[in-house]
Every structure is written in C-alpha cells, then in structure tokens.
Design a protein around this ligand. Structure first.
Ligand SMILES: [Zn+2]
Length: 670
C-alpha cells in the first residue's frame, strides 16, 4: 500500500469507526458487533503504526475510554492511564516481539528480557491512590487523563484493601498508586441475577457491564449490594524493583489479589500460556478476553517509551473473535466436479475464530447479489462451525468510489468454454466434459471414494498436466517410474503412493458407484443403489422404471443415473477401471430392522465415544440412513460438542434432537 493509499484508507476507517461509535453510544443502536468494530480499529492501528506521522489527536485509536460523566467529581490522574495495543494472531504477537527485539537492538536467539504474562480481566479499570498506607481516592480511567471519582463506591469492595500491609524490607512511600480491574465473579453474577429474576427485577446483562455499571453508581449503597471484586495489575510508583514480576509479588504482599501470571522466556512459551488461558477461560471464575504480555525489565520497559497513547513495552493478545473485517481483493470462481462454478472471495489475510483466513465462501450468484459484494469492499467475515468463513455483510461506508457490481463470468475461468445456466438452477456451469478443472475434481473425488491415502490436489493436477492420467481409472496403471517425473517425488515417495493405490483395487459396490461421480448420487444414494441392484451390471442395465422403484430414489436421481451410463465416455471409464484390475464387490442388503429402521439421522458436532464415521456406520447397522444436511425428511439430529448450524436447523424445523447418551441408549435397545 502506498503512503497516499494508506492516508485515504485511514481517513475512511476513522469516519466509519466514529459513525459506528456514535450509533452505539449516542443512539444506543448497535449496527456492528464489538468484534467487527475491534477489527476495524485494529486495521487502523496497524496502518498508523506503519505511518506514525499520520496519527492525529482525534483518531479513534487515541481515545482511551469514555469521557468522564458530569455528575461524578473529576479526578486528574497522577500519570495518564494509557491504553494497550491489541494483537490477535500468533503471527501478530511474533511481529510485536520482533519489534521489541529490534528496538532493544537485540541479536541473540534469546529474548532481550522475559515477558511477564497475565490474564486480561474483562472488567472496569481503576486507579486507587493510597496515602500513608490508607485508601485516599479511587477513580475510573475516563479519557486517560481525567477520570471519575468513585472512592466511596470502591471502598465497599471487599478485595480492595483500605489499609495496605507493609511488605517485608520495603518502605512504602507517602503516596502510592495501584491500578487494576474491578470485575463481578461469574458465580456471583449468576446468583445475583437469579435473585433479581425471583424478585421480578431487571437482571444484569453480563459480568463486564455489571462491574462497570455497579462502580459508576451515584449511590454507594447500590454498589455495596453488588458482589464485586478487584484484581491489581500495576504498581505505578517506583519502589526500587528492577522487574515487573517483583512489583507483582509486592502487590500481593500489600494485600491485593493478583491473577495467576507467568514469566515466559520465549515467544513459544508465551503462546503456550495464551493457549492454556484460552482453554481455562470458562473455569477461571471471572471474564477474561485475552492475555497481557509486558517486558519484564523495568529499565527496558521505560526506555521503550510511548507511541501515541500506547506504551511499546506491553501488548494485549486478545482471544480469537468469531467475526472480523477485511478487504475483498478478488472474487474468484472455482470449477467443481460437476462443472458448477462457485464464487469465493479472496481477502486480505485476517484472523477469525482462531485461524488466519484468506478466502471466504460466497455460495452462489444469488448470495453475491443479496449481499452486493464487490471487489474493494470491506466485509465482515464470520465462522459458523465451518472451515471456510462466510461473508456476513458489506460495510457500505467503506466502499471505494467507482466500484463495479460483481457479474457472473461468461466463460469458464479454466477452459474458457462459454458457461451455461441450467433450467431452474442457480448454479452457473461449465458444460465442457473435458474441462481440466472438472477432470481434476473428478479424479480427487474418486480417490476419496477409493480411500487412497497421500493423493492431494496438486499431485493430481500434475498427473493430468503431464498426461500421466486422463481419469481416475488410470491411477491404477501408474508405475513408480511415471511418478518420478513429478515435482516433489523421489524413489521412496513414488513407491509409497503406487503401493497405496494398488492396495485399493478391491472396492465395495456402493463405494464404486460413489467413485463414478454421477450427479446427485452421494454416499447414501450409492448405498441404496448398490443394495437394490446387487451388481454393477444390473445397475448399468436398469431402466428408468426399474430405477424409480428403488426405495428413496426419485426421478431426478433416476435421470442422472441413466444419462451417466448412456454417455460413451463414461462407459469407457468403467471399462478402463476393469482393465486396470479394479474388482467391484456386490451390494449388501440394508438392515431392515433396528432402532433407526427407515429413519434418517444427521450428525453434527464432535462425539466423545465415537468418530463420525463410526456413528454413521452404527446408524446404518440399525437400519437407518446417515444424512448430510437437515431437511424436513430428517428424523433425528445427533448433536455432539460444538455443533454447527445443523443443530439450529433442527430446532427451527422441530426435528427431534438426540444427545450422544440418547443415541447410545437407542442403539443398545435395538
Ligand atoms: Zn471449464
């Protein structure tokens, strides 16, 4: 990005962020999620770090908290309460650390100083000033310079010492300031809300709001009824400690609660601690939204200084958000196995729900039109139990001038054949039967049906390009010497792949039918066909009438099967499988009795005692079908840990939901 581009983007981001803040704080209307707003601020922050001369005092990054409310007395902080830089991904944390290493002119592989890491409590920041060891005043952060005087309220919090204990061997100065976070423990929050509901009163929204709202009460008796706690995280005054962690110890000795912290000596150790905190997040007893890492050495800490309103020597490493914003660089169209073109948004790398993503699903042209997604747009991405995130919406405020509506391609992006739109279908299709993209997807689909290990998309592409194979059937004629021609293949790896392929020459009938890649014939339909016809010959000879008599098979599938076998290229494919030594088994009869006889079960989430494939197998053995998506035809949805959107679909359609325990009980009964 050029400087001029950065300047323009910074201006747009500031305008949009201010608008969303105004809507949220003044109009009480949340038009964008906290996570998405954070993501925009993060992009702005990163751009300003690259171009520090573009930082202006009115930038949203220079704003620390809310302005002090008029009704509380104002307190000018002895030293400004600064804010922290946020990072989200391991890459961003490593970049922060690299910057520290560079600034401290450090060249060894060891860090210049250990990082002192602690959970980031999600509450309300407070400054508490003691004089001669007695609590004198307490203030909120306010705008960082001037906060609100909440002394009377803070005095009602049990974990705030009213008188400091004297630590061994340290003389306390006349004035001493401690900073930390007020929070409402989750257990207390739940109990308080139960009580409120019982009394018919309005419950509190969440522990973070509860803490902030309780401290900023004009009547201290209200605060005293709220179960609040305080964790200290900073000793402001210099009592002669050389290290941050020593000050932390001192805070404990003075009578403050301090959360579990860790001194980390490498970036890997920091990451491990961050991950451990994330896992413990729900059992900590209070809300945390990330981890704070500080340069442990106080002299280095001070020498690193402050940029804008954020000190360089500490960073907040936030936990992954379910939503993030990014910019669409391109809209690409991928050609699938059946020739259908699927649009995918290619985006600037961003961190969503724990992974860095560069692609987002757009589903189809209708979805693009509904969202009006264009190249250059800033979009909100979200994840819903899927690997590839989806586009939730476009931030119209950030749309560049002169952007063009996204149009469907006229030609296949791979083979340049004119695309067609099948009657009554949304999908745009490349009709070229010899389209290289379709050949590749078909070969990969077959390799999956044959369960061949170690055969990835790149290898298959190379084989097709070099003419080693024309279809999946040719895989079974490959020799070690052939593979040596491919990039990345040596003697051992070639031998291994040839063996892996040769090991799969015997295949059950249903898997073979699946491998053929007939339109509308998935795993379950392939089983129905195999079970009914019993042999490949019988299926190939079946008439339309015979096909429609198969249970669960309608006219659409029947037509697909007939059309497929009527095509001479496809019959040649079957012949070359045979020529290359493939032995197709016979179809097994479906179990007709059992707990799930005639029922369809869809599985979502992770099960603790069974893999997904084992659960599907159990459903089939009990006479049922394992469905892939939830529809009105679904009888049960088996819901495991971290279920996807299928669980919501089930609720919406009123389909019976089974827990893993229910499922196992039903199986045992049958
Ligand atoms: Zn094509």
């Amino acid at each position: 990005m050029t400087k001029a581009e950065a300047k323009a983007r910074i201006a747009e981001l500031r305008k949009a962020i201010d608008k969303y803040r105004y809507e949220y704080h003044v109009l009480d209307r949340a038009t964008i999620s906290d996570a998405a707003l954070d993501s925009l601020k993060h992009e702005l922050y990163a751009l300003e770090q690259e171009h520090p001369d573009l930082i202006t005092p009115d930038s949203p990054t220079q704003r620390v908290g809310g302005k002090a409310l008029a009704k509380f007395a104002k307190v000018t902080h002895r030293r400004p309460m600064l804010s922290m830089e946020d990072v989200f991904s391991p890459e961003e944390f490593a970049a922060w650390s690299a910057r520290i290493e560079k600034l401290t002119e450090h060249t060894n592989s060891q860090l210049p100083t250990p990082y002192f890491c602690m959970p980031k409590v999600d509450g309300l920041a407070l400054s508490i000033v003691y004089e001669d060891g007695l609590l004198k005043s307490a203030a909120t952060r306010g705008d960082g310079k001037v906060g609100e005087d909440v002394t009377q309220n803070v005095k009602t919090i049990d974990s705030v010492p009213l008188r400091l204990r004297s630590p061994m061997g340290v003389k306390l100065p006349k004035t001493l300031e401690v900073r930390g976070e007020v929070y409402m423990p989750v257990k207390e929050f739940d109990a308080y809300n139960r009580k409120m509901k019982k009394e018919g009163k309005e419950p509190l929204v969440n522990p973070r709001n509860a803490a902030a709202g309780s401290v900023r009460q004009l009547d201290p008796t209200v605060t005293s009824e709220r179960p609040l706690a305080f964790i200290a995280w900073d000793l402001v005054d210099d009592l002669g400690q050389a290290r941050q962690h020593e000050e932390w110890e001192l805070l404990r000795e003075m009578g403050f609660k301090a959360a579990q912290a860790k001194l980390c000596r490498s970036v890997e150790e920091v990451e491990a601690f961050w991950r451990a905190l994330q896992e413990k997040r729900d059992t900590m007893g209070f809300w945390i939204d990330g981890m704070v890492a500080r340069v442990d050495d106080n002299a280095l800490y001070a020498s690193l200084g402050v940029v804008g309103k954020t000190p360089r020597a500490l960073v907040a490493w936030k936990f992954p958000a379910e939503e993030a914003t990014t910019v669409v660089k391109d809209i690409a169209w991928y050609v699938g196995r059946t020739g259908a073109l699927t649009p995918v948004a290619v985006v600037n790398p961003t961190f969503v729900a724990g992974t860095t993503v560069q692609h987002a699903s757009l589903h189809n042209l209708d979805e693009i039109e509904r969202l009006d997604v264009r190249v250059g747009d800033t979009v909100i991405l979200y994840k819903a139990g899927d690997i590839i995130p989806k586009v939730k919406g476009v931030l119209m405020e950030l749309r560049p001038a002169g952007s063009q509506a996204t149009k469907a391609p006229r030609k296949c992006p791979v083979c340049k054949t004119d695309v067609v739109r099948r009657e009554g279908e949304v999908a745009i299709v490349c009709p070229n039967k010899r389209c290289p993209a379709q050949d590749r997807e078909n070969a990969l689909h077959a390799a999956r049906a044959f369960d061949i290990e170690g055969l990835g998309p790149q290898t298959v592409s190379q084989m097709l390009e070099q003419g080693l194979v024309k279809s999946a059937a040719d895989l079974f004629a490959l020799k070690v010497d052939d593979l040596l021609k491919l990039e990345g293949f040596a003697d051992v790896s070639s031998r291994k792949l040839v063996e892996a392929i040769k090991a799969k020459t015997r295949i059950p009938l249903d898997r073979f039918i699946l491998a053929l890649g007939i339109r509308n014939v998935g795993e379950e339909t392939a089983r129905d066909l195999a079970s009914h016809f019993g042999s490949l010959e019988a299926l190939m000879a079946a008439s339309e009438e015979a096909l429609t008599q198969v249970p669960n098979i309608g006219p659409v599938v029947a037509t697909s099967v007939l059309e497929w076998f009527a095509d001479s290229d496809n019959r040649d494919l079957v012949a070359s499988y045979r020529k290359n030594g493939i032995v197709v088994g016979t179809g097994e009869k479906r179990a007709v009795s059992g707990a799930f006889a005639g029922r369809t079960v869809v599985i979502t989430g992770t099960l603790s005692t069974l893999s997904r494939d084992q659960a599907k197998e159990a459903v089939r053995a009990a006479g049922g079908k394992a469905g892939e998506s939830v529809s009105k035809k679904t009888d049960f949805v088996l819901v495991g840990e971290n279920p996807g959107s299928k669980a919501d679909d089930a609720k919406r359609l009123g389909i019976s939901i089974l827990s893993e325990a229910d499922f196992l009980r039903m199986l045992r009964k049958s």
